[in-house]
Design a protein around this ligand. Structure first.
Ligand code: FES
Ligand code: FES
Length: 152
């Protein structure tokens, strides 16, 4: 058993220490908001926060998360910045198929927690690891600006 702090709660996970956080969330804990895309740190669909930083949970073992805080999309509704991002996503109608969007929201929230008024270049830089096959990038950028204004 490994104890992980997930969304503010200590949670027991019965898995090998080398298990990627993504599979502990999805398979062990049935938290399916975090998505599997590539499994190789290339698409960003699996993005969660570890110690406040956006990380690729498909390639980060649970052993690396012991003693740190993991935050997932399931907690964003009760996070001030995460909620503002989600509200902007709804207002601007960002998603198309939706598959990449929990990862997009996690990266956008991490950006706005450290940069309250990001420029287009800041957004492109912070979001460059999150691929959207539906090409929602323009709406993502608009929604991040909208969320930044709402938080200000
Ligand atoms: S599933 Fe982790 S980066 Fe693609
Ligand atoms: S909304 Fe379809 S992959 Fe991004």
């Amino acid at each position: 058993m490994i104890t992980l702090n997930i969304n503010g709660k200590d949670t027991q996970v019965d898995a090998d220490p080398s298990t990627p956080i993504l599979w502990a969330l999805r398979d062990n804990l049935n938290m399916t908001g975090t998505k599997f895309g590539c499994g190789a740190a290339l698409c960003g669909a699996c993005t969660v926060h570890l110690g406040g930083q956006p990380i690729r949970s498909c390639v980060t073992p649970i052993s690396a998360a012991v003693g740190q805080k993991i935050s997932t999309i399931e907690a964003m509704e009760s996070d001030k910045v995460g909620k503002a991002v989600q509200d902007a996503w709804v207002k601007i109608d960002v998603p198309q198929c939706g598959y990449c969007q929990s990862g997009q929201i996690m990266s956008a929230t991490a950006l706005l927690k450290t940069n309250k008024a990001p420029t287009d270049a800041d957004i492109d830089n912070a979001m460059s690891g999150n691929i959207c096959r539906c090409g929602t990038y323009q709406r993502i950028r608009a929604a991040i600006h909208d969320a930044a204004k709402a938080i200000a």
